[in-house]
Design a protein around this ligand. Structure first.
Ligand code: AVJ
Length: 324
């Protein structure tokens, strides 16, 4: 199959990730500077994100976990047993076992672009569920992925927790939902299903606190992308001249994270010079929030029919089941 055995990270002769450098150089040359959020997650950034999920202010992980714990019987009834569960982004979390426990799947296929995360997650899961066939696939799930032959004949359930879909602008989110449909074989065999986490619109103050915690862990997480540029791209970015900003953009229903220059400054990345004015920002993340209706609309635009939606007891987060 096309995906197996091919390294997905393309390094140059100096061991620099070409896609990272290209995204950073292009993003910093733009009139409105931006760096894609996917570059947060190096070793350091992934650890910081784990710490974020334990903060008092950061409710999404706890709210989604509550839903997965509480609704097992309903998942079992609507999804049935014997499906191959295809997880988009391999779950290192507690969420995956909660789902697998209640629906008795026939196989588990974690998809991730990082082979390392993937092997760890797959080994952990295989140990927890002896007898469950686990087939990790190293792949970029933004595109159609060829699944292992072993699961070809099984009905599929896609699992995409965490409201990661919220990191994408609608046109990208729709592309991803359509790729998932293709990956899950919507036009062949039994109709696939999708179980997806989507965070809900709420009080801006609650959202802004979730993305700007009192301990400053999210600030560190945001600033880490600059530290990563200095580490991996020979950057000279003065970290202490930047501050973390999290603001609710009501027109686009999203929390935006930025890094704001506290003074006029200059730096280099991979030998290229950059200058910023005091107050100018680098846009580093969007985290879109949904209503029941906007979630259904996005899913439908992506080729999915919503079947059922569950919320946590405080109605902060939703998990939606859809069919192709
Ligand atoms: C991992 C994308 C779900 O948007 O809430 C947490 C990432 N950014 N705090 C989110 C994140 C800042 C998170 N997701």
């Amino acid at each position: 199959k096309a995906n197996r055995g091919i390294a997905l990270v393309d390094l140059d002769e100096d061991g620099v990730d070409r896609a990272f450098r290209a995204d950073v150089l292009t993003g910093l040359r733009q009139q409105k500077k931006a760096i894609p959020a996917r570059w947060f997650y190096d070793e350091e950034g992934s650890q910081l994100f784990e710490a974020i999920t334990e903060l008092d202010e950061y409710y999404p992980t706890r709210a989604e976990t509550e839903i997965l714990r509480a609704r097992g019987n309903e998942f079992a009834e609507l999804i049935g047993s014997g499906r191959a569960v295809i997880e988009f982004g391999s779950g290192s979390s507690v969420k995956t076992p909660l789902l697998l426990e209640c629906i008795a799947p026939a196989a588990y296929v974690p998809l991730d672009i990082s082979g390392e995360f993937l092997r760890e997650a797959a080994a952990g899961l295989a140990a927890k569920f002896p007898g469950l066939p686990v087939h990790p696939v190293e792949a970029d799930f933004m595109r159609r992925v060829a699944l292992p032959a072993e699961v070809e004949a099984l009905p599929k359930l896609g699992f995409f927790p965490g409201s990661t879909i919220g990191n994408m602008v609608p046109r990208t989110a729709v592309d991803l939902l359509r790729s998932m449909r293709a990956t899950l074989g919507a036009d062949e065999g039994e109709c696939p299903m999708l179980l997806i986490g989507m965070d809900l619109v709420k009080e801006p103050a609650v959202l802004e606190a979730a993305y700007d915690d009192a301990q400053g862990v999210t600030a560190q997480f945001n600033l880490n992308v600059l530290a990563r540029i200095n580490r991996e791209l020979g950057g000279t970015v003065p970290l202490d001249a930047f501050e973390h900003v999290a603001i609710w953009n009501d027109d686009f229903a999203r929390i935006e994270m930025h890094l704001r220059a506290k003074r006029k400054l200059t730096f280099e990345v991979s030998g290229r010079p950059f200058a910023m004015d005091a107050g100018e920002t680098i846009h580093t993340e969007n985290s879109h929030k949904f209503t029941h209706r906007s979630a259904n609309l996005l899913l439908q635009a992506g080729g999915w029919t919503p079947l059922q939606c569950w919320k946590d007891s405080e109605e902060r987060f939703s998990v939606v089941l859809a069919r192709a």
